[in-house]
Design a protein around this ligand. Structure first.
Ligand SMILES: Cc1cc2nc3c(=O)[nH]c(=O)nc-3n(C[C@H](O)[C@H](O)[C@H](O)COP(=O)(O)OP(=O)(O)OC[C@H]3O[C@@H](n4cnc5c(N)ncnc54)[C@H](O)[C@@H]3O)c2cc1C
Length: 474
């Protein structure tokens, strides 16, 4: 193995694996190390959202993922057994207008299969033990058994999770808040009065309850913070959940339990996602409430955002200024996700009776508006993100021209006619050029970044070449 690399990825959870695939697609050389001997074997992160599927489509394996998972068609909200409202995922603005239930173990297995196809191996049992960011490179030490290897990398990406050592070595602080809510969960075979292709959330005075179906089982999560019987339980069990179901959502029976766990909610965000030659992505950079299933998906988008920028800098097509936009764009998104998932957790778990009544009344009324339904599901699917405050995106022009993101990206810069973006909405059969081959055109054009986001629209071509110059790209 080369001990001098362009990029070292630390951590082969879902975020590190996704980043590795994206870097490979851009032709960047890298190594990926992982302290554990094998990938996750449990179901943990379950929901793959539409934006993640769009990026998997660009890399060529969304169909394979979909064939292994279960398409979830809508979310229903109940007050005990009374339906309050529903939000169909058909309102998601994507070819993938559903959420995919795919247990994390299967997600990681799929990503590893994709890497193996390209002869890329995760270096397992290998732990980062030292990192020093020097002026022009990062010097690292990794330990595998008794052997310590020194590695020099131009760039390091810490995808090493909540207790990130990359973050610690780089001296990046974070802000954290521990919420008081406690949850227990089981993955079980269920029968009875439940739709097995929908997410069901039940508000109850004893605590909320969520059902997320998978292909052959259902994840059941119960909030127990205020439940006098179960507030001290660390894990779910068949007996506990049979009792909870009979109280909070009768009519559903447990046939078998396959896995049980429990969790408290820690919300954290690193003060910066980049320092010198070190980047943070995924849980290393931000940790959320599992409410809304956003943690892994947000991390996948971190890698999607960073990979093309690293490729461009390493290929000499951009100066390092481009990489600063990773922190600007992704930290703003993570802050927003944290705010929303934290709020969702607090609202769905409040034990204040008046607040519960207001919540149920609000959910029953406001979700009847199509515009609200659409906003909610696009936020879950992360199809509403377009970096409008970034220097790399001219938000004003995009809102004028209508589209902020192409449904699918082909991981290249595209120059498209404005008309095709507004009216066809799909990847076009027309003008497609590399940034250094701009040519005169007589129609308004929109420039699309390799990650699929519209950078700007312009009537004159010189404005588009100005975009590249201003942002340090050639
Ligand atoms: C119950 C539960 C349900 C969830 N459901 C969802 C969901 O439905 N959707 C969703 O998007 N998210 C969900 N999440 C969140 C999701 O699991 C995490 O956000 C996601 O796993 C983060 O991925 P990661 O790759 O950043 O970190 P991790 O999965 O933590 O991976 C980090 C990797 O780095 C390795 N590592 C650590 N230190 C070192 C070192 N020094 N050297 C080498 N390797 C190292 C670790 O061994 C690990 O494999 C859920 C979480 C929980 C707890």
């Amino acid at each position: 193995m080369q001990n001098c690399v362009d990029v070292l990825i630390v951590g082969a959870g879902p975020v590190g694996l996704n980043l590795a695939l994206a870097l490979h697609h851009y032709g960047v050389s890298f190594r990926i190390i992982e302290s554990k001997s094998q990938p996750v074997q449990t179901s943990n992160a379950l929901v793959v959202n539409s934006r993640s599927l769009e990026t998997w489509h660009a890399m060529g394996f969304a169909d394979e993922a979909i064939s292994r998972g279960l398409k979830l068609k809508e979310a229903k909200l109940f007050d005990s057994n009374r339906l309050l409202n529903h939000a169909p995922f058909s309102n998601i603005d994507s070819e993938f207008n559903f959420l995919l239930a795919l247990p994390q173990a299967q997600t990681e297995a799929l990503l590893i299969e994709q890497l193996t196809k390209h002869n890329i191996l995760v270096e397992r049992n290998t732990q980062l033990i030292k990192l020093e960011d020097k002026a022009s490179e990062v010097q690292l030490s990794c330990q595998k058994g008794d052997i310590v290897e020194d590695i020099r990398a131009k760039w390091v990406v810490g995808c090493d999770g909540y207790n990130s050592s990359v973050r610690e070595f780089a001296g990046i602080e974070r802000d954290c808040e521990d919420l008081s809510q406690h949850f227990i969960m089981i993955d079980a075979k269920l029968s009875g009065d439940l739709n097995f292709d929908e997410i069901t959330t039940v508000f109850h005075t004893a605590g909320s309850l969520i059902f997320i179906p998978m292909k052959d089982r259902v994840r059941v999560i119960a909030e127990t913070s205020h439940d006098p019987k179960y507030k001290d339980e660390k894990h779910g069990s068949e007996e506990i959940f049979a009792d909870i179901l009979s109280q909070r959502h009768p009519g559903v029976a447990i046939d078998a339990v396959f896995w049980s766990s429990g969790f408290y909610v820690h919300e954290c965000i690193a003060k910066s996602f980049k320092k010198g030659h070190v980047f943070l992505a995924g849980d290393a950079a931000h940790t959320h409430s599992p409410a809304g299933g956003q943690g892994m998906n947000t991390g996948i988008q971190d890698g999607w955002n960073l990979s093309w920028k690293l490729a461009q800098v390493l290929n000499g097509d951009a100066n390092e200024q481009l990489l600063e936009s990773y922190n600007t764009e992704r930290r703003a998104v993570a802050q927003d996700v944290l705010k929303r998932s934290g709020l969702l957790t607090k609202v769905s778990t409040t034990n204040n009776r008046l607040a519960q009544l207001l919540r149920n009344f609000g959910v029953g009324g406001i979700l009847n508006l199509d515009i609200v339904r659409s906003k909610v599901v696009n936020s879950l699917a992360q199809t509403d993100i377009y970096y409008s405050d970034s220097p790399l995106v001219d938000g004003e022009q995009i809102s004028y021209h209508g589209k902020a993101k192409l449904p699918n990206s082909n991981m290249k810069w595209l120059l498209l006619s404005k008309d095709s973006i507004e009216n066809k909405g799909g990847l076009p059969e027309f003008v497609k050029i590399e940034p250094n081959h701009l040519y005169w055109s007589d129609q308004p054009l929109c420039l699309v970044r390799p990650d699929g986001y519209v950078a700007m629209c312009a009537d004159a071509l010189f404005e588009i070449s100005g975009y590249f110059t201003e942002n340090g790209m050639r």
